[in-house]
Design a protein around this ligand. Structure first.
Ligand code: SAH
Length: 469
């Protein structure tokens, strides 16, 4: 092989990986090139060579692909956040829809699945869509305090106070905080020496309520934030400011938040809505980051569940119960299962906040709780909803589900590969895919969210037979 590291070559990009990298072949040898899209003709520089493939860096676009756009964010290339801003939003949607179709076909063996797939539900405005941001605080080369985002795969901070997928108000918040830190000579945290105080700034914005939370993550307690009254005084002038908090994280860890929080000013939570359901969100709460598209996704799940008011529904991997509460508006009884205890605390509080008494939550592994409860009560659900993490459902859980024989299974997925694998198992045991919807929750990233309705007509029959008997 003639290729060498740092060699500059011309490459035509022919494919696009699931991670959003362009792929071109140099004399048959595949090279992955970040920041390129299918159809680009580019000058690239080889960065790494393996036996059967390599990586290269984009040097210059010679002929742009018709699908290429100029990323509106000036630091799109350096920042580790948006990976595919250079691809037009129309093509991003196509890329995501095709990924779901391809996984269902290749991994699931569902030929002709396209006919069951709805057109993708894209964002109307694919910018400023996130309600939560976490900015690392650090020093630049000249020693000035900066806030921004980590560059891809490193902890180098790319300074940016105005990220285009975050709320505009974050810029004002960060500028106030940076000014305050400079004026009071407060040092940012340094990972290498494990010294300094301020690690991250977390913001949360309620899109419906307009309520704002700012949380400074410190390698220390709130008393170490000298003159904090001055900071509070400035921040509370921002319309919507509801909660100013400190989170303590003294560990040598990549985890952003520590376990304990203190309030500097205001409440210790903000509220927001998804549809008609109200949620209280603290600094540590898990909450979907794109509330507008979450409503689209969960409305689809609710539609697929086909509830009329008399149903018994399980919501597995329920998190803080977002889907459970959505379903409870239309079902007789909902049971939610989640492994993280704090999430279930939030779920129960939110059920009470919305005066919903037809939801019961369990803390534990879905694959343990569900068979145990089924054995104890023998009650068959009408619908089971699952929303597992990327690794998908535990296989034993899938078998328990088909044994419980609900007439409908609604599978909400953040990974089309495991969705396809799990649907295949469900279909081998009598279910059939009826509908699939892809909902874009994370424009300019490679994340793909979808929801799939599976049904088993025999199960409905069985049930009506048993009620007749
Ligand atoms: N439906 C939730 C989000 C689900 S994310 C919402 O709308 O907010 C996946 C969830 O599955 C996470 O909260 C994770 O803690 C949980 N989880 C992971 N493994 C689990 C298991 N074996 N049993 C139950 N829950 C699990």
């Amino acid at each position: 092989m003639e290729l060498k590291k740092n060699q500059e070559i011309l490459l035509t990009i022919e494919d696009f990986t699931r991670e959003g990298e362009g792929l071109g072949k140099y004399q048959g040898f595949p090279l992955f090139v970040k920041d390129t899209v299918i159809g680009d003709k580019a000058k690239v520089s080889v960065t790494k060579l393996k036996k059967n493939y390599g990586y290269a860096r984009l040097v210059e676009i010679l002929e742009p692909s018709p699908d290429r756009v100029t990323p509106p964010c000036p630091v799109a290339r350096q920042c580790g956040g948006c990976k595919i801003q250079q691809l037009s939003y129309e093509k991003q949607k196509e890329f995501k829809w095709n990924q779901v179709a391809n996984c269902l076909k290749r991994i699931g063996g569902f030929d002709g699945i396209e006919a069951k797939m709805e057109p993708i539900y894209g964002m109307e405005h694919p910018w400023r869509y996130r309600n939560k941001a976490q900015y690392p605080i650090g020093l630049d080369k000249d020693g000035s305090i900066i806030a921004g985002f980590y560059a891809g795969r490193t902890h180098t901070i790319v300074p940016n106070t105005d990220c285009l997928i975050q709320a505009e108000v974050n810029k004002d918040i960060l500028e106030i905080i940076l000014r305050y830190l400079r004026k009071n000579h407060i040092r940012p945290y340094d990972e290498k020496s494990h010294t300094g105080l301020v690690r991250h700034v977390l913001t949360r914005v309620g899109f419906v309520t307009g309520e704002i939370m700012v949380c400074l993550v410190l390698n220390g307690k709130k008393e170490q934030l000298k003159n904090s009254a001055a900071l509070v005084e400035q921040l509370r002038q921002i319309p919507g400011m509801t909660s100013i908090m400190v989170n303590t994280n003294k560990e040598k860890t990549n985890r952003i938040l520590g376990a304990s929080c203190e309030t500097l000013w205001g409440r210790d939570y903000i509220e927001d809505y998804i549809g008609d359901v109200r949620y209280q969100i603290g600094p540590l709460s898990f909450f979907q980051v794109n509330p507008v598209q979450t409503k689209v996704l969960y409305s689809k799940a609710l539609e697929y569940a086909g509830l009329k008011g008399e149903e018994i529904v399980w919501d597995l991997y329920c998190g803080i119960g977002t889907i459970s509460l959505f379903l409870a508006q239309k079902a007789k009884q909902v049971y939610g299962v989640e492994i993280v205890k704090e999430a279930i605390d939030d779920a129960r509080r939110n059920a009470a906040l919305n005066q919903m008494d037809n939801v019961t939550f369990y803390v534990g592994k879905a694959e343990e709780i569900v068979p145990a409860e089924y054995q104890r009560t023998g009650i068959r659900p009408d619908v089971i909803v699952v929303d597992p993490p990327r690794k998908g459902c535990d296989e034993t859980l899938l078998h328990t589900m088909t044994t419980m024989a609900p007439s409908r299974i609604v599978y909400v997925s953040c990974d089309p590969g495991t969705l396809a694998r799990d649907c295949r198992i469900l279909c081998e045991e009598g279910y059939e895919i009826e509908r699939v919807a892809v909902v874009d929750q994370f424009g300019h990233s490679c994340h793909v969210e979808s929801v799939c309705l599976l049904s088993n007509s025999k199960c409905t029959d069985l049930k009506s037979e048993s009620t007749d008997a």
